[in-house]
Design a protein around this ligand. Structure first.
Ligand code: ADP
Ligand code: MG
Length: 153
């Protein structure tokens, strides 16, 4: 299984990779986002959400856990589980429903929701390279691998 790796010189490059990723998805995807605070997880998510046609802001759903973007051609759900105290809360919010109907789910701090999330098609890791960033995307499923193959073409 090939991974996709890219150096991201600035914020615009991070948004651009998110847009490229949105174009490579065609049957929905569950995407886990790893990386320290400020590494660029929300910035990359903004690129994905805007790539699917959202024109407004993309703010981190820190207090609400999920921000829905129900766009014309694709439902996108952005989760940030940083402040999640107990994975059981995800059961109460009906998290299972978000993973249905070929939605795109982007999940920051997925380890906080261990046991309650769908299997990730893609795992994205953002790292600091001085003041720039590096992104690594790897696949756990056939759907994820198809997406990576498109990114590498
Ligand atoms: P996270 O969600 O991982 O906590 P954010 O996306 O909220 O991170 O914040 C990332 C910060 O880093 C933002 O201030 C953004 O402008 C900046 N940033 C994003 N990508 C890059 C990049 N490739 N190089 C330098 N700065 C970046
Ligand atoms: Mg964030």
């Amino acid at each position: 299984n090939d991974a996709f790796e890219c150096f991201l010189a600035d914020e615009n490059a991070t948004v651009a990779i998110g847009k490229k990723l949105s174009q490579a998805i065609n049957e929905g995807a569950v995407i886990f986002l790893h990386g320290d605070l400020g590494a660029g997880k929300t910035t990359l998510t903004r690129g994905v959400v805007q790539g699917f046609g959202h024109t407004g802001n993309v703010k981190s759903p820190t207090y609400t856990l999920v921000e829905p973007y129900e766009l014309t051609n694709q439902h996108v759900y952005h989760f940030d589980l940083y402040r999640l105290a107990d994975p059981e809360e995800l059961e109460f919010m009906g998290i299972r429903d978000y993973f249905e109907n070929n939605s795109v789910c982007l999940i920051e701090w997925p380890e906080k929701g261990a046991g309650m999330l769908a299997q990730a098609d893609l795992e994205i890791t953002m790292e600091y390279i001085d003041s720039a960033r590096k992104v690594t995307i790897s696949a756990n499923t056939d759907n994820g691998q198809k997406i990576i193959n498109k990114l590498n073409n």
